[in-house]
Structure formats: C-alpha cells, structure tokens
Design a protein around this ligand. Structure first.
Ligand code: THU
Length: 131
C-alpha cells in the first residue's frame, strides 16, 4: 500500500467526530515527497467543524509547503470531498489527483479539476474591474 494511502487511513483513527460519528482521514503529498495528514475535528457548534482535507492542507501550509502533488482521503463509503473542501483543494493544490480510499483499502482516483467545473479562484479576483 502506498505511503499516502497508509497515512490517510492511520490519521483517520485520530478523528474527533462525536456528533456525526463519521471519521475522515486525509493526507497530502508535497512536491518534494513529504506526506502530511489531517483528520476531521467536530465542534458542538456544528458549523465550526473542520474537515480532514482542510486540516491536512492547513497543517502542510503551516509547515511551509505550498506545492502539492496528490491528496488521499479515507472515510466510510468512499466519500468524496465536500463542496467547501473542493474549493479549498482547488485554491491550494490546483489540478491534482485525489485518491479516494475504500474501507477495504481499495483506491479510486479522481482529478480535482473535474470536481469543481468552472471553478471560482484567484483568476476570477484579478479579472474583477470594480475591485
Ligand atoms: N467531513 C470531512 O472531514 N471531509 C469531507 O469532505 C466531508 C465531511 C467530515 C465533517 C464532519 O465531521 C463529518 O465528516 C460529517 O460531515
């Protein structure tokens, strides 16, 4: 099993999901081959919950990384990234492969660019004339 897949499965064990009981683990691979992981962390004020994908990306950014090659996600039922995470992945990682890991360790690969057609991003901001 690939290191990035193992990392996503392993970090999922640390998920804090007492409200949904839906645990998620994610791992990103940096351009120089480092693997950084994150899990979902829920709040009693539900909307404050942090998804695993964003936790992993934020952790990597905090360590100084800005370029990412791949992202892997482990969850029940091979769930894909939520809409907010799709935007975040597009903004921070660009068009990269997303590895969705099944409960049995099987993998499916998607492309982040296909998950957010006609995406809003920094190019939209710079094209804005009115500021
Ligand atoms: N969750 C993630 O961590 N990533 C996603 O992309 C989808 C949802 C988490 C948030 C919440 O803790 C739980 O899964 C149920 O929505």
């Amino acid at each position: 099993m690939e290191t990035i897949v193992k990392a996503a499965i392993e970090v999922r064990k640390n998920a804090h999901a007492p409200y949904s009981n839906y645990t998620v683990g994610a791992a990103v691979e940096t351009d120089d081959g480092n693997i950084i992981s994150g899990c979902n962390v829920e709040s009693s004020s539900y909307g404050l919950t942090i998804c695993a994908e964003r936790a992993a990306i934020c952790s990597a950014v905090a360590k100084g990384y800005r370029n990412f090659k791949r992202l892997a996600i482990s969850s029940k039922g091979s769930g894909g990234p939520c809409g907010a995470c799709r935007q975040f992945i597009w903004d921070l990682c660009g068009d990269i492969p997303i590895i969705i890991i099944g409960e049995d360790g099987s993998t499916e690969e998607l492309q982040s660019g296909n998950l957010l057609p006609r995406a809003f991003d920094d190019r939209s901001l710079t094209k804005s004339k009115s500021g």
